[in-house]
Design a protein around this ligand. Structure first.
Ligand code: DCP
Ligand code: CA
Length: 406
């Protein structure tokens, strides 16, 4: 069955919220971002201001030069967050398959919902109406068989628009558009493609996938599919974290191998515990290092079989660390370990070998004891040196940047 995906984006979001709170601002060139005598950039510009060439990201000084009569507002994030929560609550009334993308942007999977509203088009009108009635905010909606086409449709319909791309017309609808309209194509990719004589999404769609792959790697395949209007990415409801990581900055830059290894071991244990707590396994492990001069590197390793064992995370992290330290002789300022490619644990326990099963039993026991007696109730040989370095709490070691270390 063909899917129906809706993309909803509020128009000039920050500005529109300000206009609801102060109706005198309606219909005028308004900029949220700060006073133009300050350094800083335009965060959001009303469509009246955009008529003068004002755009998000533009320095405020330039904005004032282009449109001296514009009204500049500092803005307040609390107001926007509140509006965003109410916006998402309205959307959740229409479908449980809701993926918030940013404060003012979300996808809804509404496949099979037409009977409730007459049609998906009617449903989209009802969503727009509720956002207008209850929040006073204008929105734009795109409807299509996949995320990328729905997002482009919403973008094309702005402001206060609604555009539906019929099934089978994804490719032809995108073809005449400039490649910059394709989400994910930044300035750099655009330049490379323009250099190859590719200016429209249609030309991009006609490029041989192998050519795209040789220029952009795996991303090239994605570009090819999206340019052809093909996008089977699912709506990801929140709660399904895409990655888990823990990192910490040392109080002094260091190359001390036992400190580096112990810290990495501890952070890996925290990541492993979090994975198991969320009932997830990871297929990819990433080490992060920041050196004394602030250069930051990441090194990743893809596992042949997904894991939730901190032992595997630690041993993989240690190998990546050894290799990284050979390549760079500077002192280390920050160390971190992360996991991604998260999946639910496979249910085929009998297919795993016994050492994996034993590890799983062991980790279950560790998690149980820690839940009862605190994280540091169990010390591994590797993290033991940390006892002399970091103060201990029930919840683990208090690292120097605790907010990043939990
Ligand atoms: N935002 C920001 N800094 C940026 C881009 C955006 O602070 N560089 C904020 C301000 C926007 C909000 O996020 O109001 C939403 O971003 P959008 O890109 O959706 O822009 P707008 O909602 O302002 O305008 P549009 O009507 O084009 O969606
Ligand atoms: Ca917006």
């Amino acid at each position: 069955m063909a899917r129906r995906i809706i993309h909803i984006d509020l128009d000039a979001f920050f500005v529109s919220v300000e206009q609801v709170l102060n109706p005198g601002l309606k219909g005028k060139p308004v900029v949220v971002g700060g006073k133009p005598d300050r350094r800083g950039v335009v965060a959001s510009a009303s469509y009246e201001a955009r008529a003068f060439g004002l755009r998000a990201g533009m320095p405020l000084i330039t904005a004032r030069r282009l449109c001296p009569q514009a009204i500049f507002i500092e803005g307040s994030f609390t107001k926007y967050r509140q509006a965003s929560q109410r916006f998402m609550a309205i959307l959740a009334d229409f479908s449980p398959y809701l993926e918030p993308v940013s404060l003012d942007e979300a996808y809804l999977d509404v496949t099979g919902f037409e009977s409730l509203h007459g049609s998906i088009h009617q449903m989209a009108l009802a969503i727009k109406q509720r956002i207008k009635d209850e929040l006073g905010l204008p929105s734009s909606i795109g409807i299509a068989s996949g995320k990328v086409v729905a997002k482009i449709a919403a973008d094309l319909s702005k402001p206060d628009g609604l555009m539906e791309i019929a099934i089978g017309e994804e490719r032809s609808s995108l073809a005449p558009l400039p490649i910059a309209k394709l989400p994910g194509i930044g300035k750099k990719t655009e330049r490379v493609l323009n250099g190859l004589g590719i200016n429209t999404i249609g030309q991009l769609a006609n490029m041989p996938p192998s050519a795209l792959k040789s220029h952009f790697g795996v991303y090239g395949e994605l570009l090819h599919r999206h340019a052809n209007g093909i996008d089977d990415r699912k709506i990801e409801t929140p709660g399904a974290a895409k990655s888990i990581s823990r990192e910490t900055t040392f109080s002094e830059d260091t190359r001390d191998p036992s400190l580096l290894k112990a810290t990495l071991g501890y952070l890996s244990e925290r990541v492993g515990a979090e994975l198991r707590c969320n009932n997830r396994q990871a297929g990819c492990i990433t080490l992060k290092l920041r050196y004394a001069d602030f250069t930051t590197i990441t090194r990743r390793h893809t596992l042949t079989r997904a894991t939730d064992a901190h032992q595997t995370i630690t041993s993989t992290g240690l190998k990546l660390l050894a290799r990284a330290l050979l390549q760079e002789k500077q002192l280390v300022r920050l160390i971190g370990i992360g996991v991604s490619n998260l999946t639910e644990p496979g249910r085929q326990l009998d297919m795993l070998d016994t050492s994996d099963q034993r590890l799983e039993q062991l980790n279950k026991a560790i998690d149980r004891i820690r839940k009862k007696y605190g994280f540091t109730a169990i010390q591994t040989g590797r993290t033991l040196p940390l006892k002399d370095i970091f103060p201990e709490s029930d919840d683990g070691y208090t690292l120097h940047t605790p907010s990043l270390s939990r």
